[in-house]
Ligand binder design. Structure first.
Ligand code: HAM
Length: 431
């Protein structure tokens, strides 16, 4: 039966296997959820405030989209994509990033015909079959934004400032904003030839992976974490030294804009970015508190991606924030005690359980947070639960109170307790 469902997949599963999340994929729950919700809420507010509209793309796309968009020889495409044939034998891929999908949507729906400049944001899961480690998952989440239709360093700077403001509102500090210019594809051609000549002379000293990159993806050699390779890169020519006039000017304006907005940045001539579509201004947000996976956001300009994906010549620029890494940084911050709110009903008899359901629905209908257990439980257990869930009030109801149409109201903040006539206006006034 399973073999029939999963055609072509190795039959590791059995009906008795203990089920758990796949390697590199995690459930997100409990105390962490408040941090995720805060990150999502603040990002939405900041992005919408700056004129970005939300777009929700499918998780699955035609494999060609990423092969053409990110680059056939790129490590993400060649080694890390979740790609498989669907039941119609089409090759489909779980999106490894959002930019290619946004551009696909831009072209598919002719957004350029509706507005001169398109500003979109998205949030959701991405999938890369990487070796999991701290800060690196196979399913991870990004909040991203893209500006299409304008080749201006002002747009590049706007995006960096937005990431900076989101990070600050999350309480993060002590991170570095690193910027670079990768020049245009035209400027890069002679540079790449130079770099190749330079690296080839040292080829035997590079690690196996870098030796492979020497043939397929030269610039990514700068990304190698191995110390001996990094040393070899130190003396290598950098793109910043050979930029054309326009790239230089754009990089200059980019920096001026960041300074004016109070974003402290460093120029890092070795940022090459992991995806092949980048040109001109690029950036990364890094924190040394994250370990080796130190970037919690990254992005840059991509002026040929729309054309590459079959659309009209349209420049673009964008960023993505890695949510897991931002949440990791938020977890390090001093905890602020969450305020208590809402009403918990502690019913002490079957009749009280039924009555409490009526009362709590009345409160919920009026927008007041209210909950109860579905049956009778000891008072001690119910108080413990109300406390754990951070409720402000507990309403205790037993047979006596039912007869008198009263409740015992306990304020968990002050410990104060009194018997009062039941009326839910009471809670509106108590807040
Ligand atoms: P990226 O640098 O590949 O860029 O990813 C952006 C961020 O996503 C990274 O800085 C990191 O925080 C997070 N990230 C990436 N891979 C993982 C992983 N395996 N586990 C946890 N977090 C991860 C992009 O994806 C581009 N689409 C950004 C962009 C938008 N460029 C232009 N527009």
């Amino acid at each position: 039966m399973l073999a029939k469902i999963h055609r072509g997949v190795k039959k590791k599963n059995s009906m008795t296997k203990k089920l758990k999340t796949l390697t590199g994929m995690h459930d997100i729950f409990g105390g962490e959820i408040a941090l995720w919700q805060k990150l999502e809420k603040v990002s939405r507010q900041i992005l919408e405030n700056a004129g970005y509209a939300e777009i929700r793309m499918p998780l699955l796309e035609d494999t060609t989209l990423f092969a053409r968009g990110i680059g056939q020889d790129n490590q993400v495409v060649a080694k890390e994509m979740y790609t498989f044939g669907d039941r119609g034998d089409d090759s489909i891929t779980l999106r490894p990033e959002g930019t290619a999908s946004v551009v696909r949507a831009f072209v598919e729906h002719g957004f350029d015909k509706q507005e001169e400049v398109t500003k979109l944001y998205y949030l959701g899961p991405m999938f890369r079959y990487e070796r999991p480690q701290k800060g690196r998952q196979r399913q991870f989440h990004q909040i991203g934004a893209e500006v299409l239709g304008v080749d201006s360093p002002l747009a590049d700077a706007e995006l960096v400032i937005l990431v900076d403001r989101i990070a600050k509102q999350m309480g993060l500090s002590g991170y570095d904003v690193e910027i670079n210019s990768l020049g245009t594809f035209v400027e890069r051609k002679p540079y790449l030839q130079n770099l190749k000549n330079y690296f080839e002379k040292l080829a035997q000293d590079f690690c196996d992976d870098c030796q492979r990159k020497l043939k397929t993806n030269l610039l990514r050699i700068f990304d190698c974490k191995i110390e001996s390779c990094q040393k070899l890169c130190q003396e290598a020519p950098v793109l910043l030294d050979v930029l054309g006039a326009e790239s230089k000017k754009d990089f200059q304006i980019f920096q001026e804009q960041l300074k004016k907005a109070g974003v402290h940045f460093k120029i890092n001539a070795r940022i090459v970015r992991g995806l092949d579509y980048y040109e001109k201004n690029t950036f990364e947000f890094v924190s040394n508190k994250l370990g080796s996976q130190s970037a919690f956001a990254g992005g840059g300009r991509y002026n040929h991606l729309v054309e590459e994906l079959g659309g009209p010549a349209t420049p673009g620029v964008g960023f993505s924030i890695g949510c897991e890494r931002v949440v990791m940084l938020m977890q390090e911050l001093p905890k602020v005690a969450a305020g208590r709110s809402g009403v918990y009903f502690a019913a002490l008899s079957e009749d009280a359980v039924l009555k409490s359901r009526e009362f709590l629905q009345d409160l919920r209908d009026q927008g007041i947070k209210a909950d109860s257990f579905f049956g009778v439980k000891s008072l001690k257990a119910q108080l413990r639960r109300a406390n754990k869930l951070n409720y402000k009030y507990v309403v205790m109801m037993g047979e006596d109170e039912l007869k008198k149409n009263t409740v015992v109201l306990k304020n968990l903040e002050t410990g104060e307790q009194k018997e009062v006539a039941w009326e839910f206006k009471l809670f509106q006034s108590l807040g």
